[in-house]
Design a protein around this ligand. Structure first.
Ligand code: DX5
Ligand code: ZN
Length: 220
């Protein structure tokens, strides 16, 4: 049976009630906390930085999945490890020496992730797939929550799954952006292992039940 991992995106939480929202996700069937860090340079938005991540990790009782949408991520790898990140994902488009960056992430004891923008072809990961613990396929343009899902993502998942299998890799496929109960099953059928959901979870009348619903829907 497939155990699809559900990763609510803290970006859609109520920042004035962050502890309440974190406790809510702790109680839910969610598997990870997805934490979006944006620098206003790699993406046209600024989210939050180290002090807020520190506050999140103080209360969160699940895997901390940090998604860096920043240029020059190398200079902060050690800091994110110290702040309690379990997974650290960098953008393919922001890394000139991706192989070196992934080794540096692992050397700090974290799982190494690579995110790719909607325009980036998954075949570019072929030569490095065995070094990647997690590929985050962006199903919206990074920078904002609440955008609509890009349908091309299904094809990209299938192509990526094929690359992973062909190379005997153990890489997880994470989908980030516009995930709802309307596309979740099709995403998992295509090969997704982890579903990030921001607005779908936090804007729901009952986020705990919504997470449970998504979990049930995608575990078959
Ligand atoms: C977008 C972020 C996403 C975002 C997803 O740049 O990487 O993680 O929070 O939000 P929804 O699920 O609302 O599209
Ligand atoms: Zn994200």
């Amino acid at each position: 049976m497939k155990n699809t991992l559900i990763a609510p995106s803290v970006l859609a939480a109520d920042f004035a009630n962050l502890q309440r929202d974190i406790e809510m996700i702790n109680k839910s069937e969610a598997d990870w906390f997805h934490v979006d860090i944006m620098d206003g340079v790699f993406v046209p938005n600024i989210s939050f930085g180290m002090p807020v991540l520190e506050a999140i990790t103080r209360h969160a009782k699940k895997t901390i999945d940090v998604h860096l949408m920043i240029v020059n991520p190398d200079q902060y790898i050690k800091t994110f490890a110290e702040l309690g990140a379990h997974n650290l994902t960098v953008h393919y488009e922001a890394c000139t020496h991706l192989h070196r960056t992934l080794q540096a992430i692992k050397a700090e004891g974290m799982k190494a992730g690579v995110a790719i923008n909607p325009h980036t072809n998954v075949s570019l990961l072929e030569d490095i797939i065995n070094d990647i613990d997690l590929v985050c396929l962006m199903s919206v343009n990074p920078g904002f929550g609440g955008q609509s899902f890009i349908e091309k993502t299904y094809d990209k998942i299938k192509q990526l799954k094929e690359i992973i299998t062909r190379n005997g890799a153990h890489t997880l496929i994470e989908i980030d952006g516009g995930v709802t109960d309307r596309n979740a099953v099709q995403l998992v059928e295509a090969g997704a292992d982890v579903l990030v959901a921001g607005n779908y979870v936090f804007r729901a009348a009952d986020p705990v039940t919504t997470v449970a619903g998504l979990k049930t829907l995608t575990s078959f």
